[in-house]
Design a protein around this ligand. Structure first.
Ligand SMILES: [Zn+2]
Length: 509
């Protein structure tokens, strides 16, 4: 484990929220473990032990604190710097628990031996993969007990315990209380109907909620997504069940408020996990800022707009389709096209406000005649080919263990170039180092004349180039709003424009 106890100690004593979820504190006397922000009186240093994950604290025999509720902390930082494998394993555990086959299968999917995977987990998180999966299951169960009025048998199922007896035993062992006693402690005033849930998801501050909304608003597919009055909402469909969710900022709690309407409570874990990824809640802002600050142009913007995140997506296929639509046209144009595809081919769905449809499935788009809604021949062929590849299993946006291999397969689709692939990597796979270097907006933001120059400069931003891209688009969009035009060196202007036309789209509407 690479925890620096002096940093941990300072963060603990100042209750520094930027460290929330990055480490946990076990207190020897009470045998309880806490978040750095715990409101309880601080323990003496000699009685504190530091752990890099909740699972490690649990493994060492500490119980989760009922006051600061470790299950509510933002996730383990999404990117553990040196260990790609651990980050990817965490992503896979997030998608399925460890339900489909345990550590052996997980290791195999990641292309490493299971002993090696255990060693990596112990090194970075201080706990084995199965302990991490167990802790996540328990944490989610605790969240459902505290924040919903679901019957306990549903809580057991939704958090992956299989049977109520196992669930009861695990909760009692961990919290020294029964599920019902815990629910009583939570003093809920939950009056929402049975299929509606309200959750609070924390982030490590700072978090630029306004910029996140602005980005999503410009790209919101009419009928499927909507941004209004500080809320983002969208229709969703999972395993044949339809519903929607709505997200807004919960300023008091340094988190997001998530309202979900969905009939199948067993899907809640996956829905929450996807929302966490979509809003990039596990990002470790400090690590990102430290690296990006080394570039003077980015440093200024980081100062002005701290806490930009990389917006993810709800559904990889939808995002990839949207990225193809966005090739070589403005964001506004692409959004309008997406809206037309939805009203022609999406399944009608009625929820709140402007949500009228579900985004069409790959099965529908595989055979759809897209030229009828105004797409160029080339674009409709590309989208059709993508949809067919998803239908026959050549491409799957779920359970991706190896991003490079996935992107290679994606790029084999005619019409999917490096820009589209990198954009999908950024937003659908959550790759923090993905970078669509051919993007005209990125070049403009830095007044650079060539893709090669940009690539050279971006080397210093690794492994956070996706965040750098968000900052550069932020710079470029402000310039276009204020009417200022980025000036490209004259002799390179046309070659940049040509390069951009071949492989990229300007994200600046
Ligand atoms: Zn606590």
């Amino acid at each position: 484990m690479n925890l620096d106890w002096q940093i941990c100690s300072r963060a603990r004593l100042s209750r520094d929220a930027r460290f929330d979820g990055k480490f946990f504190i076990g207190v020897l006397g009470s045998r309880v473990y806490c978040r750095p922000i715990c409101p309880a009186p601080t323990a003496k240093e000699k009685n504190c032990r530091y752990f890099s994950s909740a699972a490690a604290a649990a493994e060492a025999g500490f119980r989760p604190c009922l006051r600061c509720r470790p299950e509510c902390s933002p996730g383990t930082p999404a990117w553990l710097g040196t260990s790609n494998t651990v980050s990817r394993a965490l992503r896979l555990i997030g998608e399925s628990g460890l339900e489909d086959g345990g550590v052996e299968v997980l290791a195999e999917r990641l292309g490493v031996g299971s002993r090696h995977l255990r060693r990596l987990f112990l090194q970075h998180l201080g706990a084995t993969p199965s302990a991490v999966a167990n802790t996540r299951r328990l944490q989610f169960a605790k969240k459902l007990i505290d924040e919903t009025s679901l019957p306990m048998s549903h809580v057991a199922q939704a958090s992956g315990f299989g049977c109520v007896r196992r669930f009861n035993a695990a909760i009692r062992e961990t919290y020294h209380r029964t599920p019902t006693q815990i629910r009583r402690l939570a003093h809920q005033k939950n009056t929402s109907p049975g299929n509606q849930y309200l959750f609070r998801l924390r982030f490590r501050p700072p978090y630029q909620w306004e910029s996140m909304l602005t980005f999503l608003a410009a790209r919101a597919t009419p009928g499927v997504e909507e941004v209004a009055l500080g809320h983002y909402r969208r229709s969703i469909s999972l395993n044949g069940t339809n519903g929607y969710f709505e997200v807004s900022l919960d300023e008091k709690r340094q988190g997001l408020s998530v309202h979900i309407q969905f009939d199948d409570s067993r899907a809640l874990f996956l829905i929450i996990e996807r929302i966490r990824r979509m809003f990039d809640l596990s990002a470790d802002w400090q690590a990102i800022a430290t690296r990006l600050r080394t570039d003077p142009a980015l440093a200024r913007r980081l100062e002005d707009v701290p806490g930009l995140r990389v917006p993810g997506c709800w559904n990889g296929f939808e995002l990839a389709t949207r990225a193809i639509l966005g090739q070589q046209i403005t964001v506004t144009g692409a959004t309008a096209l997406a809206g037309r595809i939805v009203s022609a081919f999406g399944q009608p769905f009625f929820a709140t406000g402007g949500l009228t449809h579900l985004f069409p499935s790959p099965e529908i788009l595989a055979d759809a005649n897209l030229s009828g809604v105004g797409l160029t021949n080339a674009r409709s062929k590309t989208i059709g080919a993508l949809a067919r590849a998803v239908c026959d299993g050549r491409i799957s946006f779920e359970g991706i263990a190896e991003s490079d291999a996935f992107l290679t397969r994606l790029s084999e689709i005619p019409g999917v170039g490096p820009w589209t692939a990198q954009y999908v990597a950024m937003r659908a796979l959550g790759e923090p180092d993905a970078f669509p270097s051919g993007d005209l907006g990125l070049l403009r933001a830095l007044n650079l004349g060539s893709v090669r120059e940009l690539e050279r400069r971006s080397a210093a931003w690794r492994p956070w180039r996706a965040y750098a891209a968000m900052y550069l688009w932020n710079i470029a969009s402000e310039r276009s709003v204020s009417g200022g035009k980025a000036v490209l060196p004259k002799r390179q202007k046309s070659s940049v424009a040509r390069a951009a036309a071949q492989q990229s789209a300007s994200m600046v509407a």
